[in-house]
Ligand binder design. Structure first.
Ligand code: ADP
Length: 364
């Protein structure tokens, strides 16, 4: 946890309204440590870009304070913040060569020619693009242009780099490759990165911590594994990965456990997440990969429920089976495509089981 005092980037009670009426960022308190890779993840319109733009200096906060390395930067113009930026639509200058594009931010900072040449070479080497120094952007592929944009953001040794959907325009394979490249650069340079994406896979792969945004608020701020394993509310549980949800009512609660009576009468154990009282309506969430359907694989102490196969989908490395369980027709299990795996048929009656620890009771 980064405290407000030791934070390298601090959003302290920050609000933003564009129209003076509605807040698109609501009382944001976010403290990012030096050298951290923090990702803001959330659906479109949740306030991620607005938050990043306030940090970059292209938007001003309506209320609150933004600090960089302990200094209030609310009134500091963008070019004086010393922040490197890579945006999907933050294009390279088309009339300049790659080398000139990189040299430009150094010229603006008044660096002499030989220093500029050294820094440009080093930045292009970082992204393995030095041999392209004399090309113009139009002579490069989309992925190569994005590498140059990355080099341009790094060329003046910023301590903080902001990236807004930088890989959004690339195809899947190249995007995954660039995710590793950016992650490696972050690790080797020790820079602080604030990254915006709506792609949860990207967020989970790259980040030290992820802030999940919805409706102008952070819903949860946690490491990728905590977000996935311990979502704190039903929005995060639904947004990160896939979750089966069974509706029910809390029957007993105490000592970090609760029992839930499902809509169809079965009673199961679960970990209470944000339910607090007997009689409260709840959705019990269980990850598809934590549900077994072969009785010999049921974990000790498993809950076992009746299920009916509705749909069986072949996905290559995985099988995805949709079942009817406790009244829900949207209960999914995922199983690995291993040798001899039995193919389930629609209409077949089976049993499913999971460890009670893997069931989490969330409020509606
Ligand atoms: P995200 O990056 O999560 O998609 P944004 O920060 O872009 O979200 O947008 C948050 C909200 O603010 C949206 O409702 C959007 O329509 C609104 N908004 C964004 N930019 C502007 C702007 N320049 N003027 C007015 N409203 C804006």
């Amino acid at each position: 946890m980064t405290s407000p005092q030791e934070a390298f980037v601090a959003f302290d009670h920050v609000q933003k309204s564009y129209d003076g009426v509605s807040l698109v960022v609501k009382d944001l308190n976010l403290f990012i440590g030096k050298g951290e890779f923090l990702t803001m993840l959330g659906p479109s319109g949740s306030g991620k870009t607005t938050t990043l733009m306030m940090l970059a200096g292209f938007e001003t906060a309506t209320h609150g304070e933004i600090r960089l390395d302990g200094v209030n930067i609310n009134l500091v113009p963008p070019h004086k913040r010393g922040i490197g930026m890579v945006f999907q639509n933050y294009a390279l200058f088309p009339h300049m060569t790659v080398g000139e594009n990189l040299s430009f931010p150094l010229e603006v900072r008044g660096m002499d020619k030989s220093t500029r040449e050294t820094k440009v070479k080093r930045a292009l080497d970082m992204v393995q693009m030095y041999s392209f120094i004399n090309r113009r952007p139009a002579q490069l592929s989309g992925g190569q242009q994005q590498r140059i944009a990355l080099a341009r953001a790094l060329v003046f040794d910023p301590k903080l780099v902001l990236m807004d959907e930088p890989l959004g325009a690339l195809d899947k394979q190249l995007r995954e490759h660039m995710q590793f490249e950016i992650k490696h650069l972050h690790e080797s340079l020790g820079i602080t990165v604030v990254y915006v994406t709506h792609d949860q896979g990207e967020a989970l792969t790259m980040s030290d911590r992820v802030a999940v945004f919805n409706d102008g608020r952070i819903q949860q701020l946690a490491t990728p594994s905590d977000l996935y394993e311990r979502p704190e509310n039903s929005f995060v549980a639904g947004f990160i990965g896939e979750n089966n949800k069974l509706a029910g009512t809390v029957e007993e609660i105490g000592g970090g456990r609760c029992t839930v009576r499902l809509a169809t009468g079965e009673v199961i154990d679960a970990t209470p997440v944000n339910v607090t009282a007997k009689g409260q309506k709840t959705l019990v969430s269980i990850r598809p990969e934590r549900v077994e359907y072969k009785p010999e694989s049921f974990p000790a102490g498993a809950h076992v429920l009746d299920a009916e196969v509705l749909e069986f989908i072949y996905m290559g490395d995985l099988f995805r089976t949709r079942l009817k369980v406790a009244g829900s027709e949207d209960f999914v299990i995922k199983s690995r495509n291993t040798m001899g795996q039995r193919v389930l048929k629609p209409g077949e009656k089976i049993k499913v089981g999971w460890h009670p620890q893997d069931a989490r009771a969330l409020d509606l």
